[in-house]
Design a binder for this molecule. Structure first.
Ligand code: AMP
Length: 592
């Protein structure tokens, strides 16, 4: 079968800034460079600091263990606020704050296994809340701060969250759904630097007051490696998003991949641009760097090429982990903002979330003096699974090789292995340390992801003759916009709440920057007519419910929504029609 392989004919050689032609082999991956078949995760399990009581807790690994080993004065986080405020936290500082916040939660009656949700911008208190929650064994659910009320409600209702930690502007945004959260007991409001005059409403509690009147918790909950730690909701094609649950054990792979795939070295300054509301923002914006004891830059603001480069220069960032959409935007901004800044501190750049165009890898080499290392993983895998490691030759457009200890395969429809260069289902051999262990209250869905001894990723790819993996696309209708997975079902559900809308079908259409953008098609209820005004009203309506990150970029009218005989909307057909592609098999299409 002929395959068009991104970057196939591009000769590519790693040339670092000093003109060295060979990639540097880092000592910490030297013994792994042959991808030993007999690699055993036990080696990494042994490197991780376990709790004095014998358990494993991510907050201990990431914070307290550094204090215990005499490195408490090392800087853990430098926060750069959107008003250019700056705060520096050592591991000692983080210990003090998280010990106190853990006690705040304990005093509020939060117990091991309770769900604590954090809906906050990238503020230091977001990180303190997450680790404070982990210290008492709570399951912490970070929420993307750009979400509108509906996604927050769906996630908090489903998870039966007991506590919400948020900030005044975000509290206000979701005010309307608070009465619909039956399990919510308390809202804790962080009024960072008194940015808001009158931050508290109803029975809300002030974070600052609670913290000033509490004492540090006596000890960290002796969680086991199998206890749940973090939950991230992830989008499927049918039904509402599902809460993928991770266990404290995930830290083992997050720690290892920080070193192997992000090249973490002692004294590194690291910047991960992902938001903690998505899995990259926790696995690699919290756990991987802090388990390695390195310094993180947390930049509160949004994307701006010149600002981003100035962050790198100001803080001497060595390792930078970002996403293809951001890289494409940086490419668009061109050389001028690069030249205005000194980026010589950069040593390693990596990217995740979407396919990284081969041109971007080469562009990185030309403009930053080093290529961009693509890697692949997903919410359910909890950590990097496949990567272009610093020690290996990059194949631009490829996601790289499976990391040691991980087996990936390409399967056909009967779940049999395909030979090299044949595209098929990307699957993982279960049992990796950072594997998700449940979808919250949805065993059926969880079990459906495992077939014949494989975890089915939902992605399609192929493997070349040297074992490199190449992404081909999703095997379902989930939309990947700017690296964020959007469930068409979630958007359709919001649209049909409008009185004019009878049915909605939502698809992703290609976009140069964001890879895909969300487009909706609606049919109307009797008595409503399609018009420019109605289109705008629906756009506003969906944005108000979902946020602009998730809401459709465009809405069109269809007189009859194409559906299968069993009543399912044929999104694939909507997409084929929109893009002028062959409609494929329409034999299950409804007759009328
Ligand atoms: P999420 O679970 O939200 O982190 O999204 C995971 C999905 O993003 C994967 O299943 C892929 O569809 C996509 N993805 C992540 N990394 C890559 C990559 N390096 N290349 C192509 N697609 C990717």
């Amino acid at each position: 079968m002929a395959i068009s392989r991104l970057g196939d004919n591009m000769a590519f050689e790693y040339i670092n800034k000093n003109g060295d032609r060979k990639p540097k082999i880092k000592p910490n991956i030297e013994n792994l460079s042959n991808f030993k078949k007999d690699f055993n995760w036990e080696e990494v399990f042994e490197e991780i600091p376990w709790l004095p009581g014998g358990g494993l807790n991510n907050a201990y690994v990431c914070i307290d263990s550094h204090v215990d080993s005499g490195n408490g004065n090392n800087v853990a986080m430098i926060w750069n606020g959107k008003n250019d405020e700056e705060e520096t936290y050592t591991f000692n500082d983080l210990k003090v704050h998280t010990d106190k916040f853990a006690n705040v939660l304990k005093e509020l009656g939060v117990c091991k296994g309770d769900r604590v949700f954090v809906f906050m911008d990238r503020l230091p208190e977001c990180y303190i809340s997450v680790f404070g929650g982990l210290k008492i064994g709570a399951i912490v659910g970070p929420l993307f701060s750009a979400f509108g009320p509906d996604p927050v409600k769906d996630r908090m209702v489903d998870s039966e969250a007991k506590i919400l930690v948020t900030q005044p502007e975000l509290r206000k945004k979701i005010e309307g759904i608070i009465p619909d959260l039956p399990d919510l007991e308390k809202i804790i409001v962080v009024n960072k630097n008194n940015r808001t005059d009158d931050p508290l409403v109803d029975d809300d509690l002030s974070y600052e007051d609670l913290m000033s009147s509490t004492i540090p918790i006596e000890s960290i909950e002796n969680t086991s490696q199998y206890d749940y730690s973090i939950m991230h909701y992830t989008s499927g094609t049918t039904g509402k998003p599902k809460g993928a649950l991770h266990r404290h054990q995930s830290i083992v792979q997050q720690y290892a991949t920080g070193k192997w795939a992000l090249d973490f070295q002692k004294d590194d300054i690291y910047w991960c641009t992902a938001d903690p509301g998505w899995v990259t923002g926790t696995s690699y914006g919290m756990f991987a760097p802090w388990s390695s004891g390195i310094t993180q830059i947390i930049y509160e603001g949004g994307f701006s090429a010149s600002k981003w480069y100035s962050v790198i220069e100001k803080y001497n960032v060595n390792v930078w982990y970002t996403a293809p959409t951001a890289i494409r935007m940086l490419m668009k901004a061109g050389e001028a903002p690069i030249k205005k800044n000194d980026l010589s501190s950069l040593r390693f750049i990596a990217s995740v979330g979407e396919p990284l165009n081969p041109e971007a890898v080469v562009w990185g080499n030309e403009n930053y003096g080093m290529p961009i290392h693509d890697n692949w993983w997903q919410t359910e895998t909890g950590a990097i699974m496949c990567a272009n490691l610093s020690s290996m030759q990059i194949r631009p457009g490829s996601m790289g090789l499976p990391i040691p200890g991980i087996e990936l395969a390409i399967l056909d429809k009967d779940l049999k292995r395909l030979p090299p260069n044949e595209p098929g289902i990307l699957a993982v051999k279960p049992g990796w340390p950072s594997q998700f262990f449940a979808y919250w209250k949805n065993d059926e869905r969880y079990n459906s992801r495992f077939k014949r001894g494989w975890y089915i990723t939902g992605d399609e790819a192929f493997m070349d003759e040297d074992g490199y993996f190449w992404f081909q696309g999703r095997s379902d209708d989930v939309i990947n916009t700017a690296g964020h997975l959007v469930s068409p079902f979630e958007v359709e559900s919001a649209l049909i709440e409008h009185k004019a809308v009878a049915e909605a079908g939502v698809i992703g259409i290609p976009d140069k920057l964001a890879m895909e953008v969300v487009k909706a098609f609606v049919s109307l209820n009797n008595g409503f007519e399609w018009s420019k005004e109605l289109r705008l009203e629906l756009m506003k309506f969906s944005r108000g419910k979902l946020s602009s990150a998730v809401a459709p970029r465009d809405i069109d009218y269809v007189e009859i929504m194409p559906k299968t005989r069993s009543g399912k909307i044929m999104r694939r057909l909507l997409k084929a029609r929109e893009l002028g592609l062959p409609e494929g098999d329409t034999s299950t299409l409804e007759d009328d």
